[in-house]
Design a binder for this molecule. Sequence first.
Ligand code: EPZ
Length: 416
Amino acid sequence: MDGNELYIKGPQRMHGELLIQGSKNAALPILAAMVLGSGVFLLHHCPHISDVDHMLEMLEMAGCRSRWEGHMLIVDTRQLGNHRITGTGGGKMRSTLVLLGSLLGRLHRAELPYPGGCTIGKRPIDLHLKALQQMGVIFGHREDALVGEVQKLRGAEIYLDFPSVGATENILLAAVLAEGRTAIHGAAMEPEIVELASFLKKMGARIRGEGTSLVEIEGVKKLHAAEYIVPADRIVAGTYLFGALLTQGDIRLLHVPVAHLGGIPTLLEKLGAHVESEDDWIYVRMDRQCSPVPYVVTAPYPGFPTDLQSVLLAVLSVASGMSFIEERVFEARFQIVPELRRMGADIEGEESFVLMEGNSRLHGAQVEAKELRGGAALIMAALAAEGETCVRGMEYVKRGYEDIIGDLKKLGIMVQ
Ligand code: EPZ
């Protein structure tokens, strides 16, 4: 790989076993939650990805200290005291927003760069602000920073108009040290919410209902440090499972909480794959061309995850017939359609619907990733394409995939 480009010669077959990295979207809110307790935290199986590095920069700015020992992260929050986390380019990264709830919980003040939108959508934060205002927070802004202050966080009855993952996380983080009871109606049910709640309970928080649409929190006075293991990343696992279908290969993924994959195994079978799994491993083999799936719609968990929509697009472009995908979570998540077309995919589409004719024969091309999951999908498509593909924009992929080249090599793929 040269800089931020990856060259792949296809077609190749995926074959082998892989241990899946820790989950980016579980690790980030867990790191933010450490702000709520004073002590030394141990976080095992934490992914070495740029979004985690960025989150650690913010924690250090708040006064925390952190260091890696292999994949174990040691975070010391005993000197935490600065609520002003600005000027670190945090706006470039959505996940800084989850520091809002925990800084308000611990310091009663927070100043964060406005989280920028990105190519997949405007990414508003109205649900976060409305809920935290109900808990007594007053918001203002200074230059390009969001400022929040509260005398004393108080529990509230909160109704979310949409089961926003980030808003549910921010409310959880603000509620665990608030006065009284908080109820989140219409909460997100993603596995990352359950992991965050489990971590907070290890710190001494009182939470129930996580993983359902009603989550209740009883505020406590103080929280302490804890040790935790980050679960495998369900989206990274799903990326490689669909890659195995694209390349008509066979792979076994280890230490994957299969329950976190929701309906993915069933969809893999619908696409024609042979699937075997138990609680913490899944094996998939594809002996033939994928079958089409007439209609897939992305939805909050346990629906089909929007983060795997791009790689499913690539799979359905080569399926033996017409398929249809509707994107209902983000308003602009078909960035890779022009890139897949350049590789020979026959895709018709507008903002939130795309139609794949299927039976496309993908060929190598110069393609450009514009965001994390689209980049990973282009790499999977390149494995199935005839000839050499150059994927530019690997800096986006590194935000969420710790070592996609190393992973692919373990799955029998040659990349340079
Ligand atoms: C989290 O983003 C994930 N990121 C995303 O993964 C994932 O795609 C998304 O959840 C949905 O599952 C992290 O966990 C760091 P949302 P988040 O709030 O919390 C709208 C990846 O590739 N909305 O559930 O930002 C929003 O615009 C990333 O790992 C509001 O309107 O997602 C979107 O259309 C990409 N107002 C929808 O809700 C708000 O206040 C879902 O957003 C908040 C959100």
